[in-house]
Design a protein around this ligand. Structure first.
Ligand code: M6R
Length: 602
């Protein structure tokens, strides 16, 4: 969602801010803006507009100065317009905001500033509040103001009478900072500033950072100076471009053999699953009676695969919960519950709030996260990082498959230490998992065969995906992928369920995608395919090679692994299908309409 960038130093801020905003584009946005302290006018000047950063860049011609803040906005309060774009300036205060201030209307009334506001945003009210409290001491004004806010906020603030400084403060919404000889940089995520230094920190919540070209001073709300925990960036940010691919999504699909390998290989010792490098204590796998997975969207679908595997091998009941619903449904939870949160960004607010709730209720916690030092990672007792590297496309691909890979390792570990798999069987399980990257490469090598299949989908308005057993959760994810980037309405069904109502929608205008990767369910799945074909549907089949038969035409042959390990190869074929449909329709694959990469509002 909203992205923040800030710089104060010895170079012109304009280029640094615009470059940062371009990097933040992947988060999803509708407007952009910058504010730079102009030395000739002795004030902070704001340039902003609805639309892309290129439009802003064209408007920014004469922007001059070495201290500034910038923002990409994903509209919440107030429509998409120039005025509602950030930065917001009120009196002497200029700020950018990521998050939502829930009590902004009450504050507006209390200040009596309604007629002076230029926007409908909650954020401009925060600028007005800080300005109202500002009597020469910025820290005091910021602390006093943010203590009155309810909601979430990451704020970067400038004062007209303090030329070379930026102040930052946060509750939930992240702010990261780094420094080099040229100055100090802040942003809402490390992607925007990672090129300036590999050493960075996440601003602690409820502390104020006073940032000048010489450095950063952080104080808690009582004025005590605090030292942040430094992190090291191990992503190759400089190679995070598209690397010759037309879209990030294709590049990220193609990276999967490598990142799956990276995610599993350093967690296998002598053929056995091993989380010691993650400092994950074995006791979390033994001292639990049930597992609760909490996540959103694609990450939740990874949890559904995890449920299938953990229940089968560990005989522990697993529930998979949409994070946004979790705490409103009186979940059954106690100190024998292991909560596993799954999140690429580590910042999804629903997942974060659900995690905090579960911990308050006494649950043990483990998170599977991609972004190091992210809020969910820090709020969890235990973290297993996926080694997917930066994922820029809104549609999640490599983050998902690495999350699933971690679930396989968790299942193997848990089953082994609970005595359900002996050493031999555990090693066999791990061996099967190690075959996945090669199976993925095989599919990627034949991707043009999938491209040809996508032609049959280009004019479809609706599609159904059918599968049984492990294929069903895989298709839930496949269906989400197709919807979000191709705008084709798609629903995934457990094949046997279709005839209980939904089959009424099957016509010769609704292509059906059928997945057949499970040996034991083959004959039943073939019958279900016949049912939709009898009603006129064109069926595109993805069949595991050993299951190919005269009984059913195969559109794409999947490599043959044991049933339980087909979840990753199968979804990669489906990711490619969604990708080719979207790109052949001429859509913006990486930035689908209405979506944001990081969802920081509930
Ligand atoms: O960063 P997270 O993994 O927590 O994000 C969760 C979802 O917002 C995300 O997976 C979303 O569904 C993707 N757009 C799917 O491709």
């Amino acid at each position: 969602m909203c992205g923040i960038i800030g710089y104060t130093g010895y170079s012109e801020a304009r280029g640094i801010l615009l470059k940062g905003l371009k990097t933040l584009e992947y988060r999803g946005y509708d407007s952009a803006g910058v504010a730079v302290y102009h030395p000739d006018f002795n004030e902070t000047l704001v340039t902003k507009c609805e639309g892309r950063v290129e439009k802003l860049e064209a408007k920014c011609g004469s922007v001059k100065g070495t201290t500034g803040i910038g923002h990409t906005r994903w509209a919440t309060h107030g429509g998409v317009s120039d005025n509602n774009s950030h930065p917001h300036k009120f009196g002497r205060v200029t700020l950018v905001h990521n998050g939502i201030v829930e009590n902004y209307a009450a504050i507006k009334n209390q200040l009596g500033v309604g007629s002076k506001l230029k926007s409908q945003t909650d954020s401009e009210v925060v600028a007005a509040l800080i300005d109202a409290y500002y009597e020469g001491n910025p820290n005091e004004a910021i602390v006093r103001a943010v203590k009155e806010l309810s909601g979430t906020f990451g704020l970067a603030i400038m004062f007209d009478d303090i030329p070379n400084k930026i102040f930052a403060v946060r509750n939930v919404s992240p702010i990261v900072c780094c420094q080099n000889d040229d100055g100090v940089y802040i942003a809402s995520d490390i992607m925007a500033i990672g090129e300036y230094s590999e050493d960075y920190f996440v601003l602690p919540e409820f502390s104020v950072a006073e940032i000048s070209p010489e450095g950063i001073v952080i104080k808690d709300f009582d004025g005590n100076e605090i030292q942040p925990d430094m992190l090291k960036l191990d992503w190759d940010i400089k190679n995070s471009g598209k690397m010759g691919y037309p879209f990030y999504m294709e590049k990220e699909i193609m990276e999967q053999p490598e990142v799956i390998e990276k995610t599993i290989s350093n967690r296998i010792t002598d053929g056995m699953p091993d989380f010691s490098s993650d400092n994950v204590d074995d006791s979390i796998f033994t001292d639990c009676d049930n597992v609760t997975v909490i996540a959103c969207g694609t990450a939740m679908h990874a949890g559904l695969i995890g449920k299938h595997i953990i229940e089968k091998y560990c005989k522990v009941p697993v529930t998979v919960n949409m994070a946004s619903e979790y705490m409103y449904n009186d979940p059954i939870i106690n100190d024998r519950t292991l909560v596993i949160c799954v999140s690429q960004s580590g910042e999804t607010i629903d997942t974060l709030e659900a995690l905090k709730y579960a911990r308050r209720k006494g649950a043990r916690s483990l998170s599977i996260v991609n972004v190091k030092g992210s809020t969910i990672a820090r709020e969890s007792e235990n973290v297993i990082y996926t080694n997917a590297g930066p994922e820029i496309a809104v549609a999640s691909t490599k983050a998902y498959t690495t999350q699933v890979a971690v679930f396989y390792l968790i299942a193997a570990k848990m089953a082994h230490i609970r005595g359900l798999l002996n050493d031999y069987s555990t090693k066999h399980f791990v061996e099967q998992l190690c075959k996945v990257p090669a199976a993925v490469s095989d599919i990627l090598d034949r991707r043009q065969d999938i491209h040809k299949l996508s032609n049959g989908m280009l004019t479809a308005e609706h599609t159904f995906m059918i599968g049984r057993g492990l294929d069903y959760p895989t298709l839930l994810e496949a269906s989400l992928k197709l919807k979000e980037i191709s705008y084709i309405h798609s629903e995934a069904f457990a094949s046997g369920e279709l005839k209980h109502g939904t089959i009424a929608l099957i016509t010769n205008q609704t292509p059906v995608i059928a997945l057949l990767s499970q040996d034991s369910l083959m004959s039943k799945q073939v019958s279900n395919i016949r049912e939709v074909q009898s009603r006129g549907a064109e069926v595109i089949t993805f069949i595991k090679s050993n299951l190919k038969s005269k009984d059913i035409e195969c559109s794409f042959e999947l490599p043959s692994l044991d049933d339980d390990f087909m979840a990753i190869p199968s979804i990669i074929a489906m990711q490619l299908l969604a990708y080719y449909v979207s790109s052949d329709k001429g859509l913006d694959v990486d930035k689908p309409r209405n979506l944001a990469k990081v969802v920081t509002v509930e």
